[in-house]
Design a protein around this ligand. Structure first.
Ligand code: ZN
Length: 122
């Protein structure tokens, strides 16, 4: 059979490609291994901790969604500099303090309104 050696070869190729999965660098499109931390052509970081959630936009979104909990992601990030981390922390801290203050103010207002309603109803 003529096809037999060809099939064996393609199966071997498939096995090889499965064992060492290749990926493309998003920046220079060079061939890299999926296990690589940095691109071997342009040195761009490739690991997940340097992904979207660890960039400025991701931190901003996380702060909106999870409030002060985004600080965990912020300090785990390897992408942001220490200055950026300190600035973000200060910003998130101020925002949290303001939100707690606003929440407390609205609580006081609601309590006052409730007292008025109750005393008016009596
Ligand atoms: Zn690259």
């Amino acid at each position: 059979m003529n096809n037999a050696p060809k099939n064996t070869q393609s199966a071997e190729q498939l096995l090889n490609s499965m064992q060492s999965a290749k990926a493309q660098c998003p920046r220079c499109h060079g061939i890299i291994e999926t296990t690589d931390c940095y691109c071997r052509h342009c040195a761009k970081p490739l690991q997940s901790r340097i992904g979207f959630w660890y960039d400025h936009g991701g931190i901003f979104l996380l702060t909106l969604l999870a409030g002060p909990f985004s600080l965990f992601t912020l300090w785990l990030s390897r992408k942001l500099s220490i200055t950026a981390k300190l600035l973000w922390s200060a910003g998130i801290g101020l925002l949290s303090a303001y939100l707690i203050y606003a929440f407390y103010q609205s609580y006081l207002m609601m309590k006052e309104a409730l007292d008025l309603m109750l005393s008016g109803g009596m």
